[in-house]
Design a protein around this ligand. Structure first.
Ligand SMILES: CC(C)(COP(=O)(O)OP(=O)(O)OC[C@H]1O[C@@H](n2cnc3c(N)ncnc32)[C@H](O)[C@@H]1OP(=O)(O)O)[C@@H](O)C(=O)NCCC(=O)NCCS
Length: 205
């Protein structure tokens, strides 16, 4: 891997991380709405608050020449209503009520997992398309795992959509299928109705 390194997410990475997520999950963000990448990025930028010192998350980025090429966000505690300051009115004026409601609904559906005691949950993992298959995804999972182990966590959980080939990566990393879920709402809003919850359990306590 050419000069790839992993570091803790900094607030200055926010724009780059959003651009990477929009690129990686474009089909979900664009479902039933026509927005440019730039518009989606601006809505996320205004409505989502990812602070590097938020104790509810472990957050790492992969960089190459100081450019963000990968990201993993792991939730390990209950969040304190992080989205409370969404500038709904100005967003609706600019992008339309429909687009803003659609985006907020999609975000809520993507973030809907309830944490159990000792559990941590991968909110998202993504690698820039031009860098796929170079081991960056594994590196991000390993970094997250080590941080969780250091903090005494007992399990690593995620949800993967039915046909996502990323599942191979998770199986290879030691995750196992725990439960299959079906959601018409997710099918309608995100284009994926079948999801698998996967878990990796650590027996170090
Ligand atoms: C999933 C993702 C983060 C993997 O990152 P990556 O850096 O390419 O992963 P790695 O190089 O470490 O590992 C590659 C492994 O992932 C699996 N994999 C991931 N995406 C794949 C794809 N599109 N086709 C085939 N295999 C894929 C394979 O098992 C592969 O292993 P192999 O090379 O031995 O066959 C990346 O594909 C991505 O950003 N996808 C879009 C966003 C996404 O779907 N995220 C997961 C949400 S649950």
């Amino acid at each position: 891997m050419d000069n790839i390194y992993i570091e803790k997410y900094q607030n200055t990475d926010f724009r780059d991380v959003i651009a990477l997520l929009v690129q990686s999950f474009k089909s979900k963000f664009c479902r039933h709405q026509k927005l440019s990448n730039n518009d989606i990025e601006n809505i996320l930028y205004a409505s989502w608050h990812l602070k590097s010192d938020d104790p509810a998350y472990l957050h790492f980025v992969a960089k190459q020449n100081e450019k963000v090429v990968g990201v993993i966000l792991i939730r390990c505690r209950k969040t304190e209503n992080a989205n409370k300051n969404i500038p709904i009115i100005s967003l609706c004026r600019r992008y339309g009520v429909y687009n803003v409601i659609m985006m907020c609904t999609k975000m809520a559906l993507l973030e809907g997992h309830k944490l159990n005691e000792g559990e941590s949950y991968i909110e998202h993992i993504a690698v820039n398309g031009t860098c796929h298959g170079k081991g960056i995804g594994i590196l991000l999972l390993q970094h997250g795992e080590q941080a969780l182990l250091d903090m005494g966590y007992t399990s690593y959980t995620l949800a993967v959509a039915g046909g996502n080939p990323a599942k191979h990566l998770y199986l290879r990393f030691g995750f196992e299928d725990i439960k299959k879920t079906k959601s018409r709402l997710k099918g309608y809003f995100l284009g994926e109705s079948q999801w698998t919850i996967m878990k990796k359990i650590y027996n170090h306590v």
